[in-house]
Design a protein. Structure first.
Length: 135
C-alpha cells in the first residue's frame, strides 16, 4: 500500500507514470472480491483525502478501450498485456503494460488502449468526480 501511495504522490497531477510494484494488493488480483476493493478504497480515501472507486473489467471483444479522465486514474493490468497511448497537456505518452503493472493517468488526459482478448483490468479513480465518472 505504501508503495502505491508513494507512486501516486510523486506523479499526482504532474505527469503519467508507470509502477512495477513489488507487492500486489489483494484488490488487484484477478477476480478480487468487493470486500478487497472496499478495503483498498477505504485506505486510499483515508490516506489521500480523495473519493475512491475501484472495479474490474474484462477487455471488450473489439480489444479497444478509450476514454478521457476527469479525476486521477490508476489502471492495474491485472492479467495479460495492453498497449496504451495517452495525450494531455504535457504531450503524448505511450507504454506497454503487462500483468501487475500500474499506469497513472492524470486528470484531463485522453487515453486509448489495445487489449488482448483475455486482458483483465482494475480501474481506480481518485478525486471529487469519481462517483459520476466511468473511464
Amino acid at each position: 500500500m505504501d508503495e502505491l501511495l508513494d507512486f501516486f504522490s510523486v506523479h499526482r497531477s504532474v505527469a503519467p507514470g508507470l509502477l512495477w510494484p513489488q507487492h500486489q494488493h489483494p484488490a488487484y488480483r484477478p477476480h478480487a472480491s468487493r470486500a478487497d476493493h472496499a478495503l483498498l478504497s477505504e485506505a486510499l480515501i483515508v490516506r489521500t483525502g480523495l473519493l475512491c472507486r475501484i472495479w474490474q473489467e474484462q477487455a471488450p471483444s473489439c480489444g479497444v478501450r478509450a476514454g478521457r479522465t476527469r479525476s486521477h486514474l490508476l489502471v492495474h493490468q491485472t492479467t495479460h498485456a495492453a498497449d496504451w497511448a495517452l495525450s494531455g497537456p504535457g504531450g503524448t505518452f505511450r507504454c506497454r503494460l503487462v500483468s501487475m503493472d500500474i499506469l497513472y493517468i492524470p486528470p484531463r488526459h485522453a487515453w486509448h488502449a489495445r487489449l488482448g482478448s483475455q486482458a483483465l483490468l482494475t480501474f481506480t479513480t481518485l478525486g471529487p468526480d469519481t462517483r459520476s465518472q466511468d473511464p
